[in-house]
Ligand binder design. Structure first.
Ligand SMILES: NC(=O)c1ccc[n+]([C@@H]2O[C@H](COP(=O)([O-])OP(=O)(O)OC[C@H]3O[C@@H](n4cnc5c(N)ncnc54)[C@H](OP(=O)(O)O)[C@@H]3O)[C@@H](O)[C@H]2O)c1
Length: 197
């Protein structure tokens, strides 16, 4: 997802700083994303931008966010991570947990959770309509920024409510994977669409 989203935002004209625990080991990096971007350690990648996208396994999010919480305050943090069976058992969404760890001045928006990585380079589906990207959050300005970003890479933003309501997005993902398997033989190229009335 980091490469897929990073490439989409590079193509839209943004500077993208990729973050890695071991940037020095990513020998294929420039082959994959071209020469115009850079790969940094995680702290340096966070410091390089105002919009941070969390693209690590959900099981590592709490610990990683705790480590960098101070640097994430005031920044727009897009949480794309999917909890699957590790969904918080108090009914919270994964993105709420991220926001709580950042604490005061957290500006977390859940987005891209319900999109397969394989579709990010193909924002239009086979019917030539832009695929939808569900997003949710509590900070209106941060949500507007994320909706704009979604549009700029060719997708259709769908406002799904508050950060608490993004728990529904978390639950849609295992269903999405099952439906893609049963209807399309694990294409990983399907996407959600709310039909017009
Ligand atoms: N794949 C999809 O279709 C898709 C769609 C929507 C959302 N998501 C969500 O997006 C997130 C990333 O998915 P992905 O498929 O791109 O994952 P991935 O390729 O398995 O992992 C992404 C990166 O996370 C870092 N990472 C791995 N283990 C880590 C650890 N213990 N601590 C900190 N960082 C670690 C690694 O980067 P370094 O080794 O460079 O540090 C790795 O390249 C997941 O939470 C997933 O649920 C995925």
């Amino acid at each position: 997802m980091a490469f897929a989203l990073g490439k989409a935002f590079l193509a839209a004209g943004y500077f993208v700083a990729f973050g890695s625990r071991k940037p020095e080991t990513k020998n294929q990096f420039h082959e994959m994303v071209g020469d115009e971007s850079k790969i940094y350690g995680i702290q340096a990648a966070i410091d390089a931008g105002q919009i941070i996208i969390i693209t690590i396994p959900y099981s590592q999010v709490a610990e990683t966010v705790r480590k960098f919480a101070n640097s994430l305050k005031n920044k727009v943090v897009i949480d794309i991570t999917n909890p699957f069976t590790a969904q918080p058992n108090d009914g919270s969404s994964g993105a709420q947990v991220t926001a709580r760890i950042i604490g005061e001045k957290a500006r977390v928006v859940a987005a891209f959770k319900t999109n397969f990585a394989e579709t990010i380079s193909e924002p239009k589906d086979s019917s030539d309509k832009p695929r939808e990207v569900h997003y949710a959050g509590d900070d209106k300005d941060a949500k507007d920024i994320v909706a704009g970003l979604i549009e700029e890479i060719g997708f259709s933003p769908v406002d799904c409510g508050t950060l608490a309501q993004s728990v529904t997005l978390d639950h849609m993902v295992p269903l999405m994977i099952r439906l893609d398997e049963s209807l399309y033989g694990t294409s990983r190229k399907s996407s959600w669409r709310i039909a017009s009335p």
